[in-house]
Design a protein around this ligand. Structure first.
Ligand code: EPS
Length: 413
């Protein structure tokens, strides 16, 4: 079982994460981890915090001479902004001598839509800062760092994960499912919103600009696409083994995600079965996984053809060998520069909500976090199916399954 925990406050010293269950012998590429962290920091609509940070994960354990040992991997991502917050966020009972940054007053006016009010009620705090520091989406940097390691496990079974932004506010791509894995993979890292269509992207930017000028914020949606996913991950046999349920929980756990769609998503409810379900046709003239495209599982393992993929690669909670497609729908960020009405909890009188530094739109960042969460769930499901305490064992088991399956379901000429 691959599992992880994170710790750390937005303006504390650092974020920390532990990834447990990683097989031994994985040559971990930490530059790839840094690249993913950089992707998360980008995107049009981000605020000033991202100009301060240049996130890097420092490995503390579980890796020796570049290879995973099978022991838990601990990573630390220092917060550069800590320099400006030591007097506000110190751990010690008294402010330590030499602590830097201003002394900030208590936060007492909860922001509608943030964890502020529910958090102080639940934990009995007076200062909302005790809530918002941990509820902040800053925590997702830790998920992206370990997600980058999960991706490296998935590479061993040939799986790649990409994402693209499908809507901002009311501006959306006409049909996200029409975008192929290759189209989404080809989006340049410099694309401001990571949308496949530059014309739609310009309209999305205008939507964000309008929100910024009005002191408002903007949500949107993104789709994660995983390609060459081994068939047979997850199970229909028990509710908590269904991979669609596991993926939905993983995506819903990203701050501000309010809905998740798999394949055609909620639109599936309004189509007749004859137009929704993806027909199964014989595949002709293709060779098995050992064919011309090499031994990396690049050829379909199951020798059938699916002309459509409304199911998003999952049937019965099990991967079917098609691209896995899952969308996340993000509400607008709760911190508004023109704040909504609230109550000051010290006096219980009407007062506008607190203004904290924030982003106008973080949908592109949420898409990168979505990729990381999908990677973590798929890597866990792959470990569950193929097992192994070393990467070699995992790959051997995967190849045996793939080759046996490809032979059983080979197209008949
Ligand atoms: C974020 C860091 C935060 C916010 C944002 C996401 O930094 P700061 O609070 O210092 O500006 O930019 O978090 C929120 C909008 C939120 O409501 O939590 C990050 O690293 O992604």
């Amino acid at each position: 079982m691959l599992r992880f925990l994170t710790a750390g406050e937005s303006h504390g010293k650092a974020l920390v994460t532990i990834l447990e269950g990683l097989p031994a012998g994985l040559a971990i590429d930490f530059e790839a981890v840094t690249r993913e962290l950089r992707r998360r920091q980008g995107g049009y609509g981000r605020g000033r915090r991202m100009a301060i940070e240049s996130d890097r994960a420092e490995p503390l354990s579980g890796v020796r001479h570049g290879l995973s040992t099978g022991a838990p991997i601990a990573l630390m991502i220092p917060n550069k902004d800590w320099e400006n917050w030591q007097r506000t966020m110190h751990v010690e009972p008294e402010q330590p001598a030499g602590a830097t940054g201003p002394d900030r007053p208590m936060v007492t006016r909860p922001r509608p839509g943030h964890a502020d009010l529910a958090g102080v009620v639940k934990y009995g705090h007076d200062d909302i800062r005790n809530v918002l520091e941990r509820a902040s989406a800053r925590e997702t940097a830790a998920r992206v760092a370990i997600g980058a390691i999960a991706r490296q496990i998935l590479e061993q079974v040939g799986t790649e994960i990409v994402s693209h932004v499908t809507s901002i506010g009311l501006v959306s791509l006409p049909d996200a499912l029409a975008i192929s894995f290759e189209d989404a993979r080809a989006i340049g890292d410099d694309a401001p919103l990571h949308c496949v269509d530059p014309r739609v992207e310009r309209e999305m930017i205008a939507e964000i600009d309008r929100a910024r000028e009005a002191g408002d914020t903007m949500g949107g949606s993104f789709e994660v696409i995983a390609h060459d996913v081994p068939p047979g991950l997850g199970s229909y046999a028990q509710w908590d083994r269904k991979l669609d349920g596991r993926l939905a929980q993983a995506l819903m756990s990203i701050p501000a995600i309010k809905a998740v769609g798999i394949g055609r998503g909620p639109a599936a409810a309004s189509l007749p079965g004859s137009r929704l379900h993806d027909e199964i046709l014989p595949r002709h003239g293709l060779q098995g996984p050992q064919g011309p495209q090499g031994p990396q599982g690049r050829q379909p393992v199951v020798g059938v053809s699916r002309p459509t993929n409304n199911a998003g690669g999952l049937e019965g909670g099990v991967t079917n060998g098609e691209d896995l497609r899952i969308s996340g729908y993000m509400k607008p960020i709760a911190t508004l520069m023109k704040p909504l009405g609230s109550v000051d909890l010290t006096t219980m009188t009407e007062s506008p909500a607190t203004i904290e530094r924030s982003d106008v739109c973080a949908v592109p960042a949420a898409a990168v976090v979505g990729e990381a969460m999908v990677a973590l769930v798929l890597a866990d499901a792959a470990m569950e199916k193929f097992g192994g305490d070393s990467v070699q064992e995992l790959v051997d088991n995967f190849r045996a399954f793939r080759d046996r399956t490809a032979a059983r379901f080979a197209p008949r000429q």
